[in-house]
Write a protein that binds this ligand. Sequence first.
Ligand code: DGI
Ligand code: FE
Ligand code: FE
Length: 395
Amino acid sequence: MNIGLFGGSFDPVHEGHLAMARVLATALGLDRVRLVPTAQPPHKIKKSTTSDEDRLAMCRLATEGDPLFEVSDYEISKGGASFTIDTVEAFCAAEPDARFFLLMGADMFLTLTTWKRFADLAKRVTFCTVPRDDVPAEVLREYAATLEGYGATCIVTEAPLTRVSSTQIRRLVGEGASLDGLVPPAVARYIARHGLYTAASAADPYEQYKAILRERLRPDRYDHSLCVADEAKRLALRWGADAEKAYTAGLLHDIMKHTNSEQQLQILSDFDILLDAVAVSSPKLWHAISGAVYTEKILGIDDREIVTAIRYHTTGRASMTLMERILFLADFTSADRDYDDVDVMRRLVDEDPDGAMRYALSYTVRELAAGGSPIHPDTIAAYNELALKRSVEHG
Ligand code: DGI
Ligand code: FE
Ligand code: FE
Protein backbone atom coordinates (compact mmCIF):
# COMPACT_ATOMS: atom_id res chain seq x y z
CA MET A 1 0.00 0.00 0.00
CA ASN A 2 1.43 3.36 -1.07
CA ILE A 3 0.04 6.18 1.03
CA GLY A 4 0.55 9.86 0.38
CA LEU A 5 0.47 12.04 3.50
CA PHE A 6 -0.48 15.64 2.98
CA GLY A 7 -0.40 17.86 6.06
CA GLY A 8 -1.29 21.50 6.30
CA SER A 9 -3.56 24.01 7.93
CA PHE A 10 -6.03 23.73 5.02
CA ASP A 11 -7.51 27.09 5.90
CA PRO A 12 -9.34 26.44 3.62
CA VAL A 13 -8.50 23.37 1.55
CA HIS A 14 -8.59 24.37 -2.15
CA GLU A 15 -8.31 23.05 -5.70
CA GLY A 16 -4.56 23.69 -5.67
CA HIS A 17 -4.13 21.18 -2.82
CA LEU A 18 -6.36 18.62 -4.55
CA ALA A 19 -4.65 19.08 -7.94
CA MET A 20 -1.23 18.60 -6.40
CA ALA A 21 -2.36 15.46 -4.59
CA ARG A 22 -3.86 14.02 -7.80
CA VAL A 23 -0.78 14.80 -9.91
CA LEU A 24 1.48 13.12 -7.36
CA ALA A 25 -0.89 10.17 -6.86
CA THR A 26 -0.82 9.46 -10.59
CA ALA A 27 2.92 10.00 -10.96
CA LEU A 28 3.81 7.81 -7.98
CA GLY A 29 1.05 5.23 -8.20
CA LEU A 30 -0.37 6.08 -4.79
CA ASP A 31 -3.29 4.02 -3.52
CA ARG A 32 -4.40 6.69 -1.11
CA VAL A 33 -3.81 10.31 -0.19
CA ARG A 34 -4.42 11.13 3.44
CA LEU A 35 -5.07 14.77 4.30
CA VAL A 36 -3.85 15.61 7.79
CA PRO A 37 -5.07 19.03 8.92
CA THR A 38 -2.86 20.48 11.64
CA ALA A 39 -4.28 21.54 15.01
CA GLN A 40 -4.25 25.19 15.99
CA PRO A 41 -1.00 25.97 17.75
CA PRO A 42 -1.60 26.58 21.47
CA HIS A 43 -1.23 30.09 22.94
CA LYS A 44 -2.09 31.60 19.63
CA ILE A 45 -3.23 35.14 20.27
CA LYS A 46 -4.56 36.20 16.95
CA LYS A 47 -7.07 33.56 16.05
CA SER A 48 -5.87 33.86 12.48
CA THR A 49 -6.78 30.28 11.74
CA THR A 50 -10.27 28.91 11.46
CA SER A 51 -11.41 26.44 14.10
CA ASP A 52 -10.14 22.87 13.94
CA GLU A 53 -13.68 21.62 13.38
CA ASP A 54 -14.30 23.92 10.40
CA ARG A 55 -11.02 23.05 8.69
CA LEU A 56 -11.60 19.33 9.23
CA ALA A 57 -15.17 19.61 7.93
CA MET A 58 -13.99 21.40 4.77
CA CYS A 59 -11.36 18.70 4.11
CA ARG A 60 -14.07 16.07 4.40
CA LEU A 61 -16.44 17.95 2.08
CA ALA A 62 -13.69 18.57 -0.47
CA THR A 63 -12.86 14.87 -0.80
CA GLU A 64 -16.23 13.25 -0.20
CA GLY A 65 -16.95 10.51 -2.72
CA ASP A 66 -13.39 10.40 -4.09
CA PRO A 67 -11.86 7.03 -3.11
CA LEU A 68 -8.34 8.40 -3.56
CA PHE A 69 -8.68 10.57 -0.49
CA GLU A 70 -9.08 10.08 3.21
CA VAL A 71 -9.01 12.69 5.97
CA SER A 72 -7.21 12.06 9.25
CA ASP A 73 -8.09 13.93 12.44
CA TYR A 74 -4.94 12.54 14.10
CA GLU A 75 -3.20 15.90 14.75
CA ILE A 76 -6.40 17.75 15.58
CA SER A 77 -7.51 15.10 18.09
CA LYS A 78 -4.07 15.19 19.65
CA GLY A 79 -4.27 18.97 19.88
CA GLY A 80 -1.46 21.52 20.07
CA ALA A 81 1.46 21.77 17.69
CA SER A 82 2.44 18.45 16.12
CA PHE A 83 5.72 17.74 14.42
CA THR A 84 5.58 15.79 11.17
CA ILE A 85 8.06 13.21 12.42
CA ASP A 86 5.81 12.34 15.38
CA THR A 87 2.75 11.95 13.18
CA VAL A 88 4.69 9.89 10.63
CA GLU A 89 6.03 7.60 13.34
CA ALA A 90 2.50 7.03 14.64
CA PHE A 91 1.23 6.20 11.13
CA CYS A 92 4.19 3.88 10.45
CA ALA A 93 3.53 2.04 13.71
CA ALA A 94 -0.16 1.64 12.85
CA GLU A 95 0.54 0.42 9.28
CA PRO A 96 3.98 -1.23 9.28
CA ASP A 97 3.53 -2.61 5.73
CA ALA A 98 2.63 0.68 4.06
CA ARG A 99 5.07 2.92 2.18
CA PHE A 100 4.62 6.58 3.01
CA PHE A 101 5.11 9.53 0.68
CA LEU A 102 5.11 13.01 2.14
CA LEU A 103 3.39 15.41 -0.25
CA MET A 104 4.08 19.10 0.16
CA GLY A 105 3.92 22.39 -1.64
CA ALA A 106 7.06 23.72 -3.28
CA ASP A 107 7.62 26.37 -0.59
CA MET A 108 7.50 23.82 2.24
CA PHE A 109 9.79 21.48 0.33
CA LEU A 110 12.48 24.15 0.25
CA THR A 111 12.55 24.28 4.09
CA LEU A 112 12.86 20.54 4.71
CA THR A 113 16.36 20.54 6.22
CA THR A 114 15.08 22.70 9.09
CA TRP A 115 12.33 20.25 10.09
CA LYS A 116 12.51 18.50 13.43
CA ARG A 117 14.52 15.25 13.18
CA PHE A 118 14.85 15.63 9.44
CA ALA A 119 17.23 12.65 9.17
CA ASP A 120 14.75 10.31 10.90
CA LEU A 121 11.94 11.63 8.74
CA ALA A 122 14.06 10.99 5.63
CA LYS A 123 14.40 7.31 6.61
CA ARG A 124 10.66 6.84 6.83
CA VAL A 125 9.17 8.76 3.92
CA THR A 126 9.80 9.86 0.34
CA PHE A 127 9.56 13.63 -0.06
CA CYS A 128 7.35 14.64 -2.97
CA THR A 129 6.53 17.97 -4.52
CA VAL A 130 5.32 19.65 -7.69
CA PRO A 131 6.81 22.78 -9.28
CA ARG A 132 4.70 25.87 -9.22
CA ASP A 133 4.55 28.72 -11.69
CA ASP A 134 6.63 30.76 -9.22
CA VAL A 135 8.95 27.92 -8.08
CA PRO A 136 10.46 26.19 -11.14
CA ALA A 137 11.41 22.52 -11.28
CA GLU A 138 15.16 23.31 -11.52
CA VAL A 139 15.16 25.04 -8.14
CA LEU A 140 13.36 22.09 -6.55
CA ARG A 141 15.66 19.53 -8.19
CA GLU A 142 18.75 21.36 -7.01
CA TYR A 143 17.43 21.35 -3.43
CA ALA A 144 16.38 17.69 -3.80
CA ALA A 145 19.98 16.85 -4.71
CA THR A 146 21.14 18.43 -1.45
CA LEU A 147 18.54 16.46 0.50
CA GLU A 148 19.62 13.24 -1.23
CA GLY A 149 23.13 14.01 -0.08
CA TYR A 150 21.73 13.62 3.46
CA GLY A 151 20.20 10.26 2.58
CA ALA A 152 16.70 11.43 1.63
CA THR A 153 14.65 10.17 -1.30
CA CYS A 154 12.85 12.88 -3.26
CA ILE A 155 10.45 13.05 -6.16
CA VAL A 156 9.84 16.25 -8.10
CA THR A 157 7.36 16.10 -10.97
CA GLU A 158 7.81 17.92 -14.29
CA ALA A 159 4.80 20.06 -15.06
CA PRO A 160 4.15 23.09 -12.91
CA LEU A 161 0.74 23.76 -11.35
CA THR A 162 -0.99 27.10 -11.24
CA ARG A 163 -0.65 28.66 -7.87
CA VAL A 164 -3.77 28.80 -5.68
CA SER A 165 -3.34 30.00 -2.11
CA SER A 166 -5.53 29.92 0.96
CA THR A 167 -4.60 33.55 1.62
CA GLN A 168 -5.94 34.52 -1.80
CA ILE A 169 -9.18 32.62 -1.09
CA ARG A 170 -9.67 34.26 2.30
CA ARG A 171 -9.16 37.65 0.68
CA LEU A 172 -11.67 36.90 -2.08
CA VAL A 173 -14.29 35.93 0.50
CA GLY A 174 -13.62 39.20 2.30
CA GLU A 175 -14.21 41.05 -0.96
CA GLY A 176 -17.39 39.09 -1.60
CA ALA A 177 -15.92 37.59 -4.81
CA SER A 178 -16.79 34.18 -6.20
CA LEU A 179 -14.69 31.11 -5.33
CA ASP A 180 -15.72 29.25 -8.50
CA GLY A 181 -12.98 26.90 -9.62
CA LEU A 182 -10.81 27.70 -6.61
CA VAL A 183 -12.48 25.45 -4.04
CA PRO A 184 -14.91 22.55 -4.50
CA PRO A 185 -18.54 23.78 -4.52
CA ALA A 186 -19.33 22.05 -1.22
CA VAL A 187 -16.46 23.93 0.43
CA ALA A 188 -17.65 27.25 -1.02
CA ARG A 189 -21.12 26.56 0.40
CA TYR A 190 -19.65 25.69 3.81
CA ILE A 191 -17.62 28.91 3.89
CA ALA A 192 -20.70 30.97 3.03
CA ARG A 193 -23.03 29.16 5.43
CA HIS A 194 -20.63 29.49 8.38
CA GLY A 195 -19.59 33.05 7.58
CA LEU A 196 -15.90 32.08 7.47
CA TYR A 197 -13.28 34.63 6.36
CA THR A 198 -15.68 37.54 6.39
CA ALA A 199 -14.18 40.97 7.01
CA ALA A 200 -15.39 41.15 10.63
CA SER A 201 -14.02 37.79 11.70
CA ALA A 202 -10.75 38.33 9.83
CA ALA A 203 -10.15 41.81 11.20
CA ASP A 204 -10.62 40.98 14.87
CA PRO A 205 -11.52 37.56 16.19
CA TYR A 206 -12.71 39.12 19.43
CA GLU A 207 -15.00 41.52 17.58
CA GLN A 208 -18.12 39.57 18.53
CA TYR A 209 -17.33 39.84 22.24
CA LYS A 210 -16.43 43.49 21.86
CA ALA A 211 -19.72 44.21 20.13
CA ILE A 212 -21.60 42.62 23.06
CA LEU A 213 -19.49 44.60 25.53
CA ARG A 214 -20.21 47.87 23.73
CA GLU A 215 -23.91 47.15 24.08
CA ARG A 216 -23.74 46.33 27.76
CA LEU A 217 -21.12 48.77 29.06
CA ARG A 218 -20.65 52.50 29.12
CA PRO A 219 -17.61 53.77 27.18
CA ASP A 220 -15.26 54.16 30.15
CA ARG A 221 -16.01 50.64 31.35
CA TYR A 222 -15.58 49.31 27.83
CA ASP A 223 -12.13 50.94 27.71
CA HIS A 224 -11.32 49.47 31.11
CA SER A 225 -12.24 46.00 29.78
CA LEU A 226 -9.89 46.39 26.80
CA CYS A 227 -7.09 47.57 29.10
CA VAL A 228 -7.57 44.67 31.53
CA ALA A 229 -7.59 42.26 28.57
CA ASP A 230 -4.26 43.66 27.33
CA GLU A 231 -2.72 43.51 30.79
CA ALA A 232 -4.01 39.97 31.43
CA LYS A 233 -2.52 38.85 28.13
CA ARG A 234 0.79 40.46 29.02
CA LEU A 235 0.90 38.71 32.40
CA ALA A 236 -0.13 35.39 30.85
CA LEU A 237 2.72 35.56 28.35
CA ARG A 238 5.11 36.45 31.16
CA TRP A 239 3.98 33.68 33.49
CA GLY A 240 3.37 30.93 30.94
CA ALA A 241 -0.42 30.88 31.01
CA ASP A 242 -2.73 30.71 28.00
CA ALA A 243 -2.65 34.27 26.68
CA GLU A 244 -5.76 33.89 24.56
CA LYS A 245 -7.81 32.75 27.54
CA ALA A 246 -6.39 35.53 29.69
CA TYR A 247 -7.34 38.08 27.03
CA THR A 248 -10.86 36.67 26.80
CA ALA A 249 -11.27 36.67 30.60
CA GLY A 250 -10.03 40.27 30.72
CA LEU A 251 -12.45 41.38 28.03
CA LEU A 252 -15.46 39.80 29.71
CA HIS A 253 -14.70 40.18 33.43
CA ASP A 254 -16.93 43.23 34.01
CA ILE A 255 -19.57 42.37 31.42
CA MET A 256 -22.40 42.62 34.02
CA LYS A 257 -21.02 45.72 35.73
CA HIS A 258 -23.77 47.96 34.34
CA THR A 259 -26.58 45.46 34.39
CA ASN A 260 -29.22 46.39 36.94
CA SER A 261 -29.61 44.44 40.17
CA GLU A 262 -32.88 42.80 39.20
CA GLN A 263 -31.48 41.38 35.98
CA GLN A 264 -28.34 40.19 37.73
CA LEU A 265 -30.37 38.43 40.42
CA GLN A 266 -32.60 37.00 37.69
CA ILE A 267 -29.72 35.41 35.83
CA LEU A 268 -28.41 33.96 39.13
CA SER A 269 -31.78 32.46 39.97
CA ASP A 270 -32.19 31.17 36.38
CA PHE A 271 -29.08 29.09 36.88
CA ASP A 272 -29.76 28.19 40.54
CA ILE A 273 -26.90 30.22 42.01
CA LEU A 274 -27.44 31.12 45.68
CA LEU A 275 -25.74 34.11 47.27
CA ASP A 276 -24.20 33.83 50.72
CA ALA A 277 -24.98 36.41 53.43
CA VAL A 278 -22.14 38.81 52.63
CA ALA A 279 -22.73 38.64 48.89
CA VAL A 280 -26.45 39.32 49.35
CA SER A 281 -25.64 42.53 51.20
CA SER A 282 -22.86 43.62 48.77
CA PRO A 283 -24.28 44.35 45.29
CA LYS A 284 -20.78 45.31 44.09
CA LEU A 285 -19.83 41.64 44.26
CA TRP A 286 -22.69 40.48 42.08
CA HIS A 287 -21.19 41.42 38.72
CA ALA A 288 -18.38 38.89 39.18
CA ILE A 289 -20.81 36.07 39.96
CA SER A 290 -23.38 36.96 37.30
CA GLY A 291 -20.57 37.73 34.83
CA ALA A 292 -19.17 34.23 35.25
CA VAL A 293 -22.62 32.72 34.72
CA TYR A 294 -23.26 34.92 31.68
CA THR A 295 -19.89 33.98 30.18
CA GLU A 296 -20.42 30.28 30.69
CA LYS A 297 -24.12 29.82 30.08
CA ILE A 298 -25.11 32.63 27.73
CA LEU A 299 -21.94 33.16 25.71
CA GLY A 300 -21.24 29.43 25.89
CA ILE A 301 -17.59 29.86 26.88
CA ASP A 302 -17.39 26.54 28.60
CA ASP A 303 -13.89 26.91 29.99
CA ARG A 304 -13.21 26.53 33.71
CA GLU A 305 -10.07 28.68 33.60
CA ILE A 306 -11.87 31.65 32.11
CA VAL A 307 -15.09 31.22 34.08
CA THR A 308 -13.47 30.94 37.53
CA ALA A 309 -11.12 33.83 36.79
CA ILE A 310 -14.17 36.04 36.21
CA ARG A 311 -16.04 34.51 39.16
CA TYR A 312 -13.29 35.42 41.65
CA HIS A 313 -11.93 38.61 40.06
CA THR A 314 -13.46 40.87 42.73
CA THR A 315 -13.10 38.88 45.97
CA GLY A 316 -10.22 36.55 45.19
CA ARG A 317 -10.27 33.29 47.15
CA ALA A 318 -7.92 30.82 48.82
CA SER A 319 -5.71 28.75 46.47
CA MET A 320 -6.32 30.88 43.40
CA THR A 321 -5.38 29.39 40.04
CA LEU A 322 -2.78 31.14 37.89
CA MET A 323 -5.51 32.48 35.57
CA GLU A 324 -7.49 33.78 38.56
CA ARG A 325 -4.43 35.64 39.88
CA ILE A 326 -3.67 37.03 36.42
CA LEU A 327 -7.13 38.55 36.06
CA PHE A 328 -7.27 39.72 39.68
CA LEU A 329 -3.96 41.57 39.30
CA ALA A 330 -4.64 42.82 35.77
CA ASP A 331 -7.76 44.52 37.15
CA PHE A 332 -5.46 46.49 39.50
CA THR A 333 -2.65 47.28 37.06
CA SER A 334 -4.40 47.83 33.70
CA ALA A 335 -3.34 50.97 31.84
CA ASP A 336 -6.55 52.85 32.70
CA ARG A 337 -6.08 52.48 36.47
CA ASP A 338 -5.04 55.58 38.34
CA TYR A 339 -4.92 55.45 42.13
CA ASP A 340 -2.29 56.76 44.51
CA ASP A 341 0.10 53.81 44.59
CA VAL A 342 -0.69 52.29 41.20
CA ASP A 343 3.04 52.55 40.41
CA VAL A 344 3.86 50.41 43.45
CA MET A 345 1.36 47.80 42.28
CA ARG A 346 2.70 47.82 38.72
CA ARG A 347 6.27 47.31 39.94
CA LEU A 348 5.23 44.54 42.34
CA VAL A 349 3.31 42.70 39.63
CA ASP A 350 6.45 42.49 37.55
CA GLU A 351 8.91 41.81 40.35
CA ASP A 352 7.02 39.91 43.06
CA PRO A 353 3.62 38.49 42.06
CA ASP A 354 2.90 37.10 45.56
CA GLY A 355 3.76 40.47 47.03
CA ALA A 356 1.42 42.09 44.50
CA MET A 357 -1.44 39.80 45.57
CA ARG A 358 -0.74 40.59 49.21
CA TYR A 359 -0.63 44.31 48.49
CA ALA A 360 -3.86 44.27 46.46
CA LEU A 361 -5.73 42.22 49.03
CA SER A 362 -4.62 44.26 52.02
CA TYR A 363 -5.57 47.41 50.12
CA THR A 364 -9.07 46.01 49.50
CA VAL A 365 -9.46 44.80 53.09
CA ARG A 366 -8.29 48.17 54.43
CA GLU A 367 -10.59 50.19 52.16
CA LEU A 368 -13.60 48.07 52.98
CA ALA A 369 -12.94 48.11 56.71
CA ALA A 370 -12.38 51.87 56.65
CA GLY A 371 -15.75 52.32 54.95
CA GLY A 372 -17.46 49.95 57.37
CA SER A 373 -18.33 47.51 54.58
CA PRO A 374 -18.57 43.78 55.10
CA ILE A 375 -15.56 41.86 53.81
CA HIS A 376 -16.33 38.73 51.90
CA PRO A 377 -14.95 35.49 53.47
CA ASP A 378 -13.27 34.63 50.15
CA THR A 379 -11.30 37.90 50.32
CA ILE A 380 -10.28 37.18 53.89
CA ALA A 381 -9.29 33.61 52.97
CA ALA A 382 -7.15 34.89 50.09
CA TYR A 383 -5.52 37.47 52.33
CA ASN A 384 -4.89 35.04 55.19
CA GLU A 385 -3.40 32.42 52.94
CA LEU A 386 -0.76 34.86 51.69
CA ALA A 387 -0.16 36.42 55.11
CA LEU A 388 0.38 32.97 56.67
CA LYS A 389 2.69 31.90 53.87
CA ARG A 390 4.74 35.00 54.48
CA SER A 391 4.90 34.55 58.25
CA VAL A 392 6.12 30.98 57.73
CA GLU A 393 8.76 32.18 55.27
CA HIS A 394 9.90 34.89 57.66
CA GLY A 395 9.84 32.66 60.79
O1 DGI B 1 -15.21 45.94 38.62
P1 DGI B 1 -14.00 46.78 38.92
O2 DGI B 1 -14.36 48.16 39.35
O3 DGI B 1 -13.03 46.79 37.80
O4 DGI B 1 -13.24 46.11 40.14
P2 DGI B 1 -13.74 44.99 41.14
O5 DGI B 1 -14.44 43.91 40.40
O6 DGI B 1 -12.58 44.60 41.98
O7 DGI B 1 -14.82 45.72 42.03
C1 DGI B 1 -14.38 46.58 42.99
C2 DGI B 1 -15.52 46.87 43.95
O8 DGI B 1 -15.88 45.73 44.67
C3 DGI B 1 -15.06 47.91 44.97
O9 DGI B 1 -16.10 48.86 45.08
C4 DGI B 1 -14.88 47.16 46.23
C5 DGI B 1 -15.80 45.99 46.07
N1 DGI B 1 -15.26 44.81 46.78
C6 DGI B 1 -14.13 44.13 46.49
N2 DGI B 1 -13.94 43.12 47.38
C7 DGI B 1 -14.99 43.16 48.24
C8 DGI B 1 -15.83 44.21 47.84
N3 DGI B 1 -16.94 44.51 48.53
C9 DGI B 1 -17.28 43.76 49.59
N4 DGI B 1 -18.36 44.06 50.26
N5 DGI B 1 -16.51 42.74 50.04
C10 DGI B 1 -15.37 42.38 49.40
O10 DGI B 1 -14.68 41.45 49.82
FE1 FE C 1 -15.06 43.92 38.32
FE1 FE D 1 -12.63 45.42 36.37
